[in-house]
Design a protein. Structure first.
Length: 397
């Protein structure tokens, strides 16, 4: 993955990732996995992740991977955004973020710029930088999309509102879909030209491994994870209700709240966990959750992209409880995965959200088919293909 300079000498490859991170952990964790794979494939390569995640500093990053923290924003229930800490209005915050992105690009001079999910960035903050890069023609630009974005009609309206189709057509050399085409096409319903569709590369899912050792229970356990936790209150409560309703329910559960499930809600859950006398144990956040996945007998989780990749990578019997608002992404992913025999889904409309249903799902975990039995291993080539495509693009420079 080496890139020759114009003078004929050789410069170490540089990759920059953009991860807007207005909510949750998904974008940062995906960018971190990609950056780790690219730098591992070439001992001279380096990567920087631009991220708005408020918990970026709580993750470890491999050698030659670093991050730049953009000022954070918070999404309000009405869909609007506010600055997290600076006392600036949202326009001022967006302008500040945009300037920091532009400066980072100019100073770092990446050979490859990988943008996660948002073609124009948060509130269009990438447009200035993308325009500058297109004129300078010094870096290849890639738009990375997870396997599912939203149901087609809603996605088309969102991209039209943001000018995302035009930006994708104008600025991106390739589109990487981090999933197999046989599972789902996240671009269906988008009015992309044939030329742009010809630039789509289907990578497959991004395989995960245990990178940081962590202590795990020495007894059998089910892992309960709502991902980042910001919208996981209902799922966590349902699992606790199941253990409260059935004193014989086994195995024990390890609950990882996620960094965004906190405050009075977390305190109330902790009180309920304490009354279960060790049958459920809980921690707030563990950046080394891969080790907990690897040791679990099964998993009860929400349907985020990274969690799904971990279920497949560690070949865990799983029950997915997908959210359905503000978008149908998780429900679509879980529904397709259930159709393929990879997981089971607890669908609120079909199955009901009650503790007795959850008890039945947990009790059935030991006899549930593992993802590997449904062909999951053939879906996990994403990191290898990303490494190959990155090398090919930078070789064109």
């Amino acid at each position: 993955m080496r890139t020759p300079q114009a003078e004929g000498s050789e410069r170490s490859p540089r990759v920059m990732f953009y991860s807007h991170d207005t909510f949750g952990l998904g974008h940062l964790r995906r960018s971190r996995a990609l950056a780790s794979a690219l730098t591992a494939s070439d001992p001279s390569a380096s990567a920087i992740i631009l991220t708005g995640s408020p918990v970026a500093g709580r993750f470890t990053f491999p050698e030659r991977v670093d991050h730049v923290r953009l000022p954070g924003v918070t999404k309000l229930p009405d869909g609007s955004y506010v600055s997290q800490t600076l006392g600036l209005d949202i326009d001022e915050t967006t302008s500040l973020r945009s300037g920091l992105i532009q400066t980072a690009i100019e100073q770092y001079e990446p050979d490859l710029f990988v943008v996660d999910k948002e073609p124009t960035g948060f509130r269009g903050e990438l447009l200035q930088t993308l325009e500058w890069l297109s004129k300078k023609d010094s870096a290849r630009c890639v738009l990375g999309l997870r396997d599912v974005l939203d149901e087609p009609k809603a996605l088309a309206a969102e991209w039209a509102r943001k000018g995302a189709v035009d930006a994708t057509e104008r600025f991106y050399d390739e589109i990487w879909v981090y999933g197999p085409r046989s599972v789902y096409d996240p671009t269906q319903g988008l009015p992309l030209s044939e030329a742009t569709r010809a630039r789509i590369r289907w990578t497959g899912y991004l395989r995960r491994e245990v990178t940081d050792a962590a202590d795990t229970p020495d007894i059998p356990y089910v892992l309960i994870t709502p991902g980042g936790g910001g919208d996981g209150q209902a799922m966590v409560s349902l699992v606790l209700e199941a253990y409260e309703a059935d004193p014989s329910l086994a195995p024990h559960a390890v609950l990882v709240y996620g960094p965004f499930l906190s405050g009075e809600v977390r305190d109330a859950f902790d009180a309920r966990v304490a009354r279960l006398n060790g049958r459920v144990t809980a921690v707030g956040f563990d950046s080394r959750i891969e080790a907990l996945f690897a040791g679990a007998e099964g998993v009860i989780c929400m349907g985020g992209y990274n969690t799904f990749c971990e279920v497949l990578s560690f070949d865990k019997r799983a029950v997915i409880v997908p959210r359905t608002v503000p978008r149908l992404e998780q429900w679509i992913r879980a529904s397709r995965a259930e159709d393929l025999g990879l997981v089971r889904m607890l669908d609120e409309t079909r199955d009901g959200m009650n503790p007795h249903t959850m008890i039945d799902f947990i009790r059935a975990l030991p006899t549930q088919q593992k993802p590997s039995q449904a062909g999951a291993d053939g879906l996990l080539d994403g990191l290898d293909i990303v490494v190959a495509r990155a090398a090919a693009l930078m070789a064109e420079q």
